[in-house]
Design a protein around this ligand. Structure first.
Ligand code: 4AD
Ligand code: MG
Length: 463
């Protein structure tokens, strides 16, 4: 007989009541008493376990080998209404051991800290937290595709290995096939590079934006959804070395247009999670963030705030001295504490901060007529800070060239990008949503290391 998923038995129990079914899974807990034994079985399909009820007078064969946390087994039995709740359970007629689980299994029935779970990424996925997180992650990813597909965007795959640094922040992981010893034999950097795989310096992409612009200036509306990499040395709960970004790019769109798109997307995907991840959100509300569902409903229902950077500075300057660790001054970047103050204390909802000083932002952003600021915005949300980096792109050849030169960037790496301004340039805008940050926001999980199957952060290559 074929396996039935536990989630189906629990949610569509009436369909199975009185029938014999086969289920397989891992034992979460087991309890033995004089006449009966009970096993909570989980197969990953649901946060709730299926209770296996074993009548010891009819089932006697070597029961103890099944009553251990972590063993995997197949059970055959009849689905019946549970006595103590409205759910369903299984009256076992047969048990088959799939895999034993010795006593030193690290996931015993007790509370484990998130820090401890990070040391066992291959087992932490078997906990309720990771079960729920991965399910929300999957639904969220699909909702993002749905939003863009329903709005006629083309999904493009931009290269992972690139020869340019989109953000110009020097956080590139180099891609090379040369080893340390071969470098010692080279007389110059040129000789070293000439002998390398691409005969050029190559790196893992920090953002698909530049190639996304290439696609948008042919296809009109595109989005990417893929992994990006940054050699961020900062050891914060919001920065990972490998994270996923959603990057739409829209030809003919100006800053207000792209802000509208970003807001519509955030609302759409938040609504989908509310609709589709009920049990998971209940779990996160109970264990991670009180008021989580009301917060998400507020995102769907409220208009996001739009706040000029200069006004943000005014607000922050009025805050009593000593509140912030970092200085507040026009021209300085907003630190995480400032971002959180604005979105958590002042507006209590998502806030687009617009028109940042041009010197603290990337080279590709459209320079405003004031000569001081750029048509860029960051979307800040309570609890996290920045989740989206967004801008209208500089479409003027000369202004862009000047920005590249001023930053001392290597012009030849950006020839293709300049060409987009030389041949049929049009206004266009785009943004990057950090997928893990969005996932932290919708689950209330506070560390980016815990919203990925395997986290990559400085000094820690989870294995
Ligand atoms: O603000 P960022 O650096 O913008 C870009 O990369 C643009 N090229 C995007 C675009 O316009 N197409 O990054 C975008 C978002 C951030 O707002 C943040 O949510 C996330 O990516 N992000 C990170 N997430 C996790 N770990 C990191 N180290 C991150 N760096 C950025
Ligand atoms: Mg940014």
């Amino acid at each position: 007989m074929k396996n039935i998923e536990i989630s189906k038995i629990l949610t569509q129990g009436e369909q199975f009541e009185g029938k014999s079914v086969v289920v397989s899974g891992w034992v979460r807990t087991a309890r033995d008493s004089k006449n009966m034994a009970f096993i909570a079985l989980n197969d990953g399909s649901s946060l709730t376990h299926l209770q296996l009820v074993i009548d010891k007078s009819t089932y006697t064969s070597e029961l103890s080998k099944f009553l251990k946390v972590g063993v995997s087994l197949t059970a055959t039995g009849v689905v019946v209404k549970a006595l103590n709740n409205n759910g369903y359970e299984l009256n076992v007629t047969d048990l088959e051991l799939l895999g034993d689980c010795p006593q030193d299994y690290p996931l015993q029935k007790k509370y484990h800290t998130m820090e401890f779970l990070r040391t066992i990424p291959h087992f932490r996925v078997r906990t309720n937290t990771f079960n729920a997180m991965l399910r929300v992650r999957s639904k969220l990813a699909f909702a993002i595709h749905q939003f863009f597909q329903e709005n006629d965007y083309t999904y493009v795959h931009t290269p992972i290995i690139t020869g340019s640094d989109c953000e110009g922040a020097g956080e590139i992981f180099h891609v090379t096939t040369r080893d340390y010893n071969s470098a010692k034999e080279c007389k110059s950097e040129e000789e070293y590079i000439a002998g390398d795989f691409f005969k050029a310096t190559a790196g893992l992409t920090v953002s698909g934006q530049l190639e996304g612009e290439v696609a948008a200036l042919a296809m009109g509306k595109i989005y990417t959804f893929g992994p990006t990499f940054r050699a961020e040395m900062s050891y914060t709960p919001r920065h990972a070395a490998e994270f996923w970004q959603i990057e739409p790019e829209v030809a003919f769109a100006k800053l207000p247009d792209i802000i509208e798109i970003a807001e519509a997307m955030i609302k759409y995907i938040t609504k989908k999670v509310l609709e589709q991840c009920g049990p998971e959100l209940d779990f996160f509300e109970k264990n991670f963030e009180a008021g989580l569902k009301a917060k998400l409903q507020n995102v769907v229902d409220s208009d996001f705030q739009i706040l000029d950077y200069s006004d943000a500075i005014e607000i922050l300057k009025k805050v009593p001295e000593g509140t912030f660790e970092f200085p507040v001054e026009w021209g300085l970047d907003l630190q995480s504490e400032h971002e959180r103050y604005i979105t958590e204390q002042v507006f209590k909802k998502p806030v687009f901060v617009t028109n940042y000083p041009k010197d603290i932002k990337a080279f590709y952003m459209k320079q405003n007529p004031d000569g001081k600021t750029v048509a860029a915005t960051d979307l800040l949300v309570p609890g996290i800070g920045e989740i989206i980096g967004c801008s209208e792109r500089e479409a003027d050849y000369d202004k862009l060239l000047e920005a590249i030169q001023k930053r001392g960037m290597k012009e030849s790496d950006y020839k293709f990008y300049m060409d987009l301004r030389k041949y049929g340039s049009v206004p266009h805008s785009g943004f990057g949503l950090g997928f893990e940050r969005m996932l932290m926001y919708v689950t209330g999980i506070q560390n980016i290391r815990d919203v990925q199957l395997y986290a990559r952060t400085t000094g820690d290559l989870m294995k």
